[in-house]
Structure formats: C-alpha cells, structure tokens
Design a protein around this ligand. Structure first.
Ligand SMILES: C[S@@+](CC[C@H](N)C(=O)[O-])C[C@H]1O[C@@H](n2cnc3c(N)ncnc32)[C@H](O)[C@@H]1O
Length: 272
C-alpha cells in the first residue's frame, strides 16, 4: 500500500490533478500508482509516439543507480543533493547509497508536493545517515543552496554528489537551465560530482518530435537536446568513465546491448 492509497485517492493540498505533471507521468511509465487521468493520458500519448518509453524510463532510472554506486564506491561521495527526485520507487538514491555506505546523507529537492506524501519512504534513512526533503524549484537554485534544511544535511566543505537526472529537459532554453546548473556547480567544493541524464532527439528525431508535440498539447515543457547542448551542462567539469554517452552505454554494458535503445544521454563528471 502506498501513502497515496492511505490518502484514499484524494489529491494532497497544492496539487492540480487536472494538469499532467512530469513526476506523475514518469511514475506511470515506471508502473507506479501515484498518477491521475491527465498524467496517464499524456504518458500514453508519449508511448504512442515512442513505443518503448516505459523501458527507456527504467533505463534512465537504472543509470541513476549506477551513477550513485560509482560515486560512493569510486568517488568516495557520502552526501547527495538529488534535485528532481521524483516519486519514490525502487532504487531510490538513499537506498542505493546507504546500502553501500550507511552514513550517506541525501537531500531531496522537488517542486511536486506529491513527493511529500511519501514522507515515510523518503525519511526512512539508515540511522547512521540522514535524509531530508526540500520543496524547491530548480529555477531558483540559490534558494535551494541557502535553505535551512540544506545547511542541516549537507556539509559544504566535503564533496557532494549533485544529481540532475531527467529534469533539465523540463526547462526551455529561454529559462537558461545552463545557468541553473552553473549556480549549483559553483557552490560545490572541489572533488564534487554532477551526474545527469537528458533526453535527446539524436536517437530518433521523428519519434521524439511527436512526443514533444504531445507534451506541448498537455502544456508540459519537454525539451530534448542534441548532445552538444547537453555537453554544455558539463562545462568546467571532468567527465569520468565513458563520458557523455547514451545511458545504456554508461557503466558495465551487457554484450549485445543496443545502447541507442533508450533516448537519453547520461554523464558523471567531477569538479576539479
Ligand atoms: C522525470 S522525473 C525524474 C525523477 C528522477 N530524477 C529519476 O530520474 O528517476 C522529473 C522530476 O523533476 C521534478 N521537477 C520538475 N520541475 C522541477 C523544478 N522546476 N524544480 C524541481 N524539481 C522539478 C518533477 O516533479 C519530477 O519529480
């Protein structure tokens, strides 16, 4: 039973269920139950455009797990800021990190109050570590960085793993998501990492264009970007592993994998 069931299917305060929201659309693709008719309608319309969308959402989610594993085991990271957290599902950041190092701390940031309805799941930290949540907007990174909960959870003097997984495509170029990332990265101490994923039309332009049109009609911003524009998010950072590659090609790749089967790029990069 989810917290959503506990609420008896009623929308938590602050949620407009008549408009699709990226967190709930993504939840639907991952097989979750925290979504409404408007979310399901858009999710299905995108599946019509991109038939393997469910598998692609899982591939993106799996990248998150591999990136966090890499940061804990190879990068020595013990604290994470996960912006655009999403609705809790299997393999949440704190579960992956604390399984490897129980003292890990995770600060979640999301602008969808429905994530708060999962407080029990989010806050069930290993006693050696900590997790907390900020209802915040990536459009205002300074507010995230100066939030009192950020101060409580994150030690600014120790390297941080900043996670921006499947969230940057929700901003138009005119909103300058590169500046949002720059503000955050500038605040990280040396030795910190940024892990990101981003959908791209490079893999299948016609399918992705149809998905963008479906999102537009549902008043949801969806901006897939060519690889060169995604690479700009990593300016000044040193990519580790294979660099900026299709998410299915990052980390250990099983023989025979078609790495272009999920239309997301992913990268993990270190701040020198
Ligand atoms: C597609 S989901 C990705 C979830 C998770 N990062 C993953 O990849 O599994 C995008 C998330 O970004 C959140 N989000 C959307 N706009 C945001 C904003 N302006 N600030 C913070 N979070 C935002 C959504 O609520 C949603 O939870």
């Amino acid at each position: 039973m989810t917290d959503w069931d506990v609420l008896g299917g009623r929308a938590p305060v602050g949620i407009d269920t008549t408009v699709a929201h990226s967190a709930r659309v993504y939840d639907y693709w991952l097989g979750g139950r925290d979504n409404f008719p408007a979310d399901r309608e858009l999710a299905e319309r995108i599946i019509t455009a991109v038939p393997d969308m469910r598998a692609m959402a899982r591939a993106n989610r799996d990248f998150l797990g591999r990136a966090v594993t890499h940061l804990v085991t190879e990068g020595g990271i013990r604290q994470f800021v996960d912006i655009g957290t999403g609705i809790p599902t299997a393999g949440n950041t704190f579960e992956v990190a604390q399984e490897l190092a129980p003292e890990c701390r995770v600060l979640y940031v999301d602008n969808d109050p429905i994530v708060l309805t999962h407080a029990r799941a989010i806050f069930s930290s290993h006693p050696a570590g900590r997790t907390d949540y900020v209802l915040g907007d990536l459009r205002r990174p300074s507010e995230i960085l100066t939030h009192p909960v950020f101060e409580r959870i994150i030690d600014r003097d120790r390297p941080i793993g900043l996670l921006l997984v499947a969230v940057l495509m929700l901003f138009e170029d005119a909103e300058d998501p590169w500046a949002m990332v720059r503000t955050l990265v500038d605040a990280l101490p040396s030795g910190s990492y940024l892990a990101l994923t981003h959908p791209s039309g490079d893999f299948a332009p016609a399918e992705v264009a149809l998905a963008v049109r479906a999102a537009e009609q549902a008043r949801v911003t969806l901006v897939p970007r060519p690889r060169a524009q995604v690479a700009r998010f990593l300016d000044g950072l040193e990519p580790v592993g294979p660099g900026l590659v299709p998410v299915l090609g990052w980390g250990e790749v099983a023989p025979g994998t078609d790495v272009n089967a999920a239309y997301y790029y992913g990268a993990v990069a270190r701040k020198p």
